[in-house]
Design a binder for this molecule. Structure first.
Ligand code: FAD
Length: 472
């Protein structure tokens, strides 16, 4: 098939969005000798609304892309331990070894994304900053390029391509241009996110990740340059309060998590270090975190990263998935881009593979986004049950690190055992807890049925989902 384009400039692949997903798609394509242009409206280094807990599954993907050396050059402390807290239960686990990596890191997005952009450029991709895609160009029924505006001179430019990838994030305009702006399945978040960066008074101690759970969830991670991130996931209704009176909300969060107080005693805002890393001194927050899947492939186009699928960040898996499935998309496209029908078929296969890999985390995130106090009684038992991991094989942190799927970590036998223990606790409303447990069992069954049926573009809803009409 002859490729008709609306411009004189034409390349093999145009990617719109130049952060984790966009660079992950670009790197293997460029390495395979394909001509690749990445259009990014921001200028790097640049921050974005995201925290950045990166565990072995993430680190392995940075390595697979050849970007890990650059990321480690920022000298992030290598966190080799998780501390999980719930009330008076404290579980310490080593970061599980997975795919050859046994540490996690926290690198701010300005540095992380810059490392990926530099790796993409080294591979031969052209990353054009300050360029905003405004339209898609068609050739018959195929997508065949984009139009974009250049901030430097305000000019509109056309660029033809055999494949156009939207890697432009959750609110993807590219998805709208491809006609798939409305996700086909969604789940409303019940937790929001608030976080800040501080100087780390314990920077000389071995690095560890703290996750403390209650009405709010709190997380502390060590960062380069003697900084740390302190993040919290309160019920989403609290985010207005965080925006109005961050100091009061911060104090209330600390009052709930003594372990975080202990960790931040002596911390300062560390403005100089923050400025050096391109990070703000203010508290950041986010309330709109609806999980979704969009149809992500079609004739001559694909959506990578958050543009195609987003899950509640409570489980910190988005960057891993954007990197992994971006890279796989790039590898697949590199091998068949010359034959349009083969390209389209392979893209559909890639989308199925992405969904199969992400579906468990999607359901897990939907469930972790809620706060049901009765379930925390059961979760306290779960934490205790992992204090002797050898008997059951595996760690609680395996799911965070993508070593095992969440349903393999919390298998039905363990869940039932912990439920029975919780029911035996004095003061527990047994009727209510059993009702909640029945809902949880339905969510487990739905997930397992969905995994077994491999339903492509399954519209749900399943018991973990709280559907919401979302436009892009
Ligand atoms: C609050 C929060 C906390 C999170 N915490 C974690 C975590 O701890 N660990 C984890 O793994 N994941 C986390 N995530 C998820 C993670 O941030 C995302 O999954 C990841 O950023 C997705 O990368 P992306 O490249 O798909 O999209 P993005 O990072 O959103 O990048 C999209 C890019 O596209 C560009 N763009 C958009 N429109 C255009 C256009 N028209 N033309 C040109 N460029 C355009 C934007 O400027 C942007 O740079 C978190 C997310 C949130 C919201």
């Amino acid at each position: 098939m002859e490729f008709r384009t609306a411009s004189r400039e034409a390349v093999d692949v145009v990617i719109v969005g130049g952060r984790v997903a966009g660079c992950a798609v670009a790197i293997p394509l460029a390495r395979a000798g394909r001509s690749v242009v990445v259009l990014e409206r921001a200028r790097f280094p640049s921050n974005t609304l995201s925290t950045h807990g990166l565990f072995p599954g993430h680190v392995a993907e940075l390595d697979a892309l050849g970007a890990l050396g650059r990321v480690l050059a920022c000298e992030p402390p290598l966190g080799r331990r998780f501390d999980f807290h719930l009330g008076d239960v404290h579980l310490v686990e080593p970061v599980p070894s997975h795919l050859g990596f046994d540490y996690g890191i926290c690198v701010g997005r300005p540095q992380l994304d810059m490392a990926l952009v530099e790796t993409a450029r080294d591979a031969g991709a052209e990353v054009r900053e300050g360029c905003t895609a405004t339209e898609v160009v068609h050739a018959g029924s195929r997508v065949a390029g984009v139009r974009y505006t250049r901030a430097s001179d305000g000019r509109e430019v056309s660029l033809g391509a055999r494949l156009v990838v939207g890697a432009d994030g959750r609110y993807s305009r590219m998805a709208e241009f491809f006609g798939v702006g409305r996700p086909y399945r969604t789940s409303r978040n019940l937790r929001g996110f608030a976080w800040r960066y501080m100087s780390d008074p314990r920077r000389d101690e071995p690095a560890r990740f703290i996750i403390s759970r209650g009405r709010t969830v709190a997380m502390v991670g060590p960062m380069p340059a003697g900084l740390m991130i302190v993040a919290t996931m309160p019920p989403v209704s609290d985010i207005g309060w965080w925006r109005k009176d961050a100091n009061a909300a911060w104090a209330a969060m600390l009052a709930e998590h003594p372990v975080v107080v202990e960790r931040v005693v002596g911390a300062t805002v560390g403005e100089d270090e923050l400025e050096a890393c391109g990070l703000p001194a203010s508290v950041l927050s986010c309330s709109r975190l609806t999980s979704f899947f969009r149809a992500s492939t079609g004739a001559g186009w694909a959506l990578a990263g958050d543009a195609g699928h987003f899950k509640d960040p409570t489980v910190a898996q988005g960057i891993r998935d954007a990197l992994r499935h971006g890279r796989l998309l790039g590898e697949i496209a590199a091998s068949c881009i010359d034959v349009p029908w083969e390209l389209d078929r392979s893209l559909a296969g890639w989308e199925m593979q992405r969904d199969r890999d992400c579906i468990s985390s999607y359901h897990w995130a939907n469930r972790e986004s809620r706060f049901i106090p009765e379930l925390d009684v059961v979760f306290g038992k779960v934490l205790k049950s992992f204090q002797t991991p050898a008997r059951d094989g595996g760690l609680l942190a395996d799911a965070l690190c993508r070593k095992r799927r969440p349903e393999q970590v919390l298998d039905p036998r363990r869940s039932a055992r912990c439920l029975l223990q919780a029911l035996a606790e004095p003061g527990v409303d047994r009727r209510r807890l059993l009702g909640i447990a029945a809902g949880e069992a339905r969510a487990e069954i739905d997930l397992r049925l969905e995994r077994r049926s491999h339903g492509f573009r399954n519209r749900g809803p399943t018991a973990s989902e709280r559907p919401e009409a979302v436009s892009s």
